[in-house]
Each structure stands twice: as structure tokens, then as C-alpha cells.
Design a protein around this ligand. Sequence first.
Ligand code: GLC
Length: 748
Amino acid sequence: MKRRTLFILSLVHLTLMLSVQKKTTRVKSADAIDLKVKTLLAKMTLDEKIGQLNQYTSDRLATGPLTPNSSKFNEIKTGRVGAMLNVKGAKETRMVQELAMRSRLKIPLLFGLDVIHGYRVTFPVPLAEAASWDLDLIEKSARIAGKEAAAAGVHWTFAPMVDIARDPRWGRVMEGAGEDPYLGSLIAGARVRGFQGKGLGNLDAIMACVKHFAAYGAAIGGRDYNTTDMSDRTLWEVYLPPFKAALDAGAATFMNGFNDLNGVPATGNSYLQRDILKGKWAFNGFVVSDWGSIGEMVNHGFATDNKQAGMLAINAGNDMDMESHSYNANLAQLVKEKKVSVATIDEAVKRVLRKKFEMGLFDAPYRFSNEEREKNTLNSPENRAAARDIAKHSIVLLKNDNQLLPLSKTLKTIAVIGPLAKSNIDMMGFWSVKWENDHLISLYEGIENKVGKTTKLLYAQGCDVTDTSKVNFSEAIATAMQADVVVVAVGEHFDMTGEAKSKANIHLPGVQEDLIRAIKATGKPVVVLTMSGRPLIFNWTADHADAILQTWWLGSEAGNAMADVLFGDYNPSGKLPISFPRSEGQIPVYYNYKNTGRPSANDYGTGYKSGYTDLQNSPRYAFGYGLSYSEFELSGLTLDKTSIKPNETIKITCTLKNTGKYAGEETVQLYLRDETGSVTRPVKELKGFKKVYLKSGETKMVNFVINKEMLSFYDQKMNWTTEPGTFDIMIGNSSDHIVLNSKFELLQ
Ligand code: GLC
């Protein structure tokens, strides 16, 4: 026994020593880097320092309004540029880096690119991935994107976008993780870990850039770039948590936003950038402006000209100027006029240089620009297989009357109809890296790859996405008449949702719903696939189609993933990360709303209740909703305590049974409600979820632990606190389908 104890003790000692050593090494390397930064800074002229705070785009690919600038390559050679964006590929990045190596101090450039959901292999758009609620898969997706980008000379991605969004009229809902701060925070962390891998300095790690700091998603009216205005409580409870989660995951950089927040543009907002980010949260990376957002403070009426805008931005904590051309043109003069101190510039430059050292670029400026490695890393079968895997996990089954799905692979005749049935390019989504003649698998191809030789496939386009002509309806109807089942592919083109793509009308565009109606009138069973970057409105379809799959834009392997689900090789498990409205008139509609003094009893506003007289309050499809080919039964909720002090916990258990005939995965969701508070509290808040895979007939216990963090909120003085009182526990498989209820008391 003695020897065993000794052995265990020495193991513990060894582990402790290693972890202390690892931390020491980390601290040592940070100190070493700080010394290198300090030493280099001391050699730099003011112009060279300012140059590090300047980022230009390559002219080849502009992701914003381009300012012609023929001198940018000369400026690189004279050390007046610190980073480039939209330069990609081992060859091109090496070529541009060589220009920087001709500057006096040979300070390497950072190359940034919007690697939002994949670099060479395109993954599902971020909102689609969020529908998987699978943090491991989401991290893996970002990991592969990071590896491919790093192999192509990219050091830095302008992702993850973590803006909470409750308004699908705003096209950029597609880039985020939906409406919930809890789910959004977990996904933000997963994406940062994915991009940064084992840490900066590794050859397959790229810097993440958390954006858009902050609250850009609260654009009034869902109009992109519009004003955002909210209480401190809403800012801290809804919009900031995913940013903090991303920072806690080690995010290297932040990007601010185009919006003004409570009257102060994010780019010139020292409350956001200095008080919160660099102060309270002690962020040690750097902040880059969004494209031209410094200069746009003139349009905001916050600066008189680009020079004053530059002064306001850098003094508020914006470190790098993306494409406003303000810092390079004005900072030296602003220093002369004592409107910006050298210390402020030094602070910003140190942040940028530190990241370049951490990325290993001083030791080896071309380490990411290796064509051989690029060729061997990009577009591998494993990467495509991973894209197909997360794509099928991202599909949400909205309806399946009479268990029409899954389809048999030996059906005699299947008609595949609709404007997106054979579309490849629309599967890529708005923010994908565009590749010449890239081949993304269409729905039709996916079905073709799936069904047996005996199955006859028919096709008709029926109509276009946007035009209102019904001239091809007759052909589509005739095609449908020949089939046993009709699969209809409708939705949006890839460029209809994304940046600067806000829409007042988010109904299914054109005459697509009329096409569905015409196909349904044939009496054939109709499966509708809605392919979009945002929630769309399609009430008639929701009422009359036999089955509906929300398939978003699923990337390179879209068609194969859709076929996996259609034919039952994968039992759909997706859950909506954002509410789908019935009408634009009820937006914003979200699950964690407040009860009000006159809560609606019948989902309408009749009888002096809060609501509409002409439409239900509830969304068409709720946050957290998604069906399966199986049925899952929740039962047996137990708590190990019914009252706790703030520092105690409650263990919750319940039972989940798969009562269906297919194996499948259910996402059990835990919601809490603080019944009474010193401020009004939401009717429910997601505080936990568990994805549980069960074979047919199998049962498993599902456990949650309630802790103080889950019960905390900001009181009237904005103190993060708990208050005694009654809490409701709600467990279900959707925010609007709660099966198990209980209560507990939080004591003083
Ligand atoms: C765009 C976007 C931002 C993107 C940047 C660089 O305008 O707002 O999300 O990362 O410019 O392309």
C-alpha cells in the first residue's frame, strides 16, 4: 500500500510541476515577447509606428467600398502598412510579404481574410452550424477552416461574428449564432478555439477576430449599419456575453462595428473599447476597425473630418485602421498638435507587434506561405467529409406529417422541382471564399448519388427565385404528376442574405410559394426544402406541405447532406437557433421575452392583453424547435434539493426515452425563470442543454446542475447579483415545448 501511495503522490507532484512549468514557460515567453516588442519599438520612427496601425485591402477582392490607392505597395516597402486584407494563397502572400521585408525594420505584415465558414472547403453558414447545437462539430469546422487558411498564407480571420440577432430582416443574422446569449456564448468560444487551435505560433493556427464589438445586431428596423440603442442591462445581458466568452477562449483580436451605440459610434466608443474590453476584461490583443468605420464617423456626425475621426478612434481604443486611410494620413500631425499622444500610439503598436511575434512572423515571415503545404492541405476528402457531417447536423426538420420522411431509396420516381434544386453556387452562402469553378454539390446531385439505379429522377425548375413569371408552372406540374413523391427546393440566392442585404419583406421570394401550392394541388406528397441564410416566412407552405426541412446554405457538400437526411441515413437533429416569425409585423419576436403587466392568455392581444388583434404573438417556429424521425419522451424530473443558498447547487435529473423506430439525437433544453426580481426578468432563459443519442427504445438519464451563475442578473444598479425567491425549472425539446416543470427556492 505504502509504495502505491508514494507512486500516486509522485504522480501528483509531477503533474503539478508540469503545470507550473507550463505556466512558467507561458509567462516566460510572454515576457520574452514583451522585451522584443519594447526593443523594436525603441528603434521605430513615428511614421513606422503609425504604419503598423494601417491596414489596406488588396484591390483584387474588396469587401467594402474601395478607395483607389496606387501607392499601397510602395507604402508597404517603406513600412507604412501593418496588415493587408483579402490577400490569399501561399504564392500571393509570399510576394506581398517580400515587399514588407524590403522596409528598413523588416516588420512582417499580417494577412487577414473573412474565413467565416470555411476557406477552401465551404462549411454551412454560421447560423446553420448553430442549428446543430453541436459545439464539438462547430469547433471542428472552424479548426479545418483555420488549418486550410493557415496553409494558404492567411494569418488572421475576421471571425467569429458573435452578434446576437433578434431581427431576421437584418441580413447578417446568417453570420452569427442566432438570438440567445447562452448558446451564442458557447458557440463563440468554440469558434475561437477552432480557429486558434493549439495557440498562436502553431503553423495551423490563425488569429480569431471577434466581431462586431458591440451590439451591431441590434440595428433598429433590421436595417444594416443602423443605429443601436438600448439599456445598459440589455447590452450586458444580451449582447456582450458572447464577446466575453470569445475573449475568455483566448481571442487574439476584436473588430468594432459600423453602428453607433447609444449615440456613440462603436469605433469611437471608449466605454466599449477601453473601459470594458481593455479595462474590465483586460484584453491584451488589438482592435481593428471595421472597413472604413473610422471615416464613417463623419457621416455619423460624430467627427468633422477624417482627421478628427482618426483622433477620436485611436483615443477611444481602436488600434488599427482598416481602409479609412485616416491613421496614415493624420496621426503624425495629430501628435504634433498634441491631440494624440505618442504613448497612445505606442500602446496600439505594441498590441499589434505582440501578435506578430506570437505568430512567429519575425523569426520566419514566410512560414505560412508554403505552396507545397497549401496543396497538401486544402480540399482534402477528410475536410469535405467533415463539411458533410456538420451540414447534416445543421438541417432542421420543421414538419413531417404522416412520417412521409425518410424517403425510401427504392422509390420508383422522384420529382425534384424548384429554382434551387440544381443550384450549386447558392449552397456557398454570402461570405464564402470564392473559388473559380468550385463545385458544390446540389440537392439534385445529392439525391442522384443516393438513390438506387431503379429510381427514376425527374427535374423541373418551375420558376426562378425572384422573378414572378409562372410560365413554367405547367411543366413542373406535369413533372410532379409522374412522380411518387415531389421534393421542392426553394429559398434565396446566396447573395440575398448577408452584409447590406436587409429586407423589409422576408417572405419566400417571387412566386415560389405559388409553385408549392400548384405542386400540392396535384395531390402528390410534397417535401419542401427551404434554403436560406435567414429565417423566411412561408405560412401557406407551413400549413400545407407534408414535410419541411430548413436546410439553410450548407456549403460544399450540401446536396449529399440533404440526401443523407431525406433518405434516413441521418436522422435530423437540428434545433432552431433563432425564431422564425409569422409576419414581419411581429419582429422582433424572440423566446426570452418579458411577461408584461398584461400577458396574453391566448397568444393574441384581445381583452386588454399584450399582443396583436390580427396575429398570434408566437413565432411560426420557436427558438430551440426541431423534429426528429423518432419520438422522444421526457419524464421523471427530480431535484436533489428544493431550496438552496446562493453558493449551493441543485442537481436535476430526468429520463429521456426514444419511443420511435429510428435511432436519433435529441437536444434536451433546460430553461429557468426567476419569477420575481428587482427588475423584470424574461419568462424563460436557456441555461443548459444536452444532446443525447438514443437507439430505438433506449432510455438514458439526463442531468443538469443549477448554480449561482445561472441565477444571477443585473439589478437596478447594474450589480451582477442574485436575489432570493422562487425559480421555475422548465425542461423540454424546444422553448415552446416544455414537458417537465418544477420549482425551487433561492434563499437569502
Ligand atoms: C466588412 C464587414 C466585416 C468584414 C470586413 C472585412 O464590411 O463588416 O464583417 O470582416 O468588412 O471584409
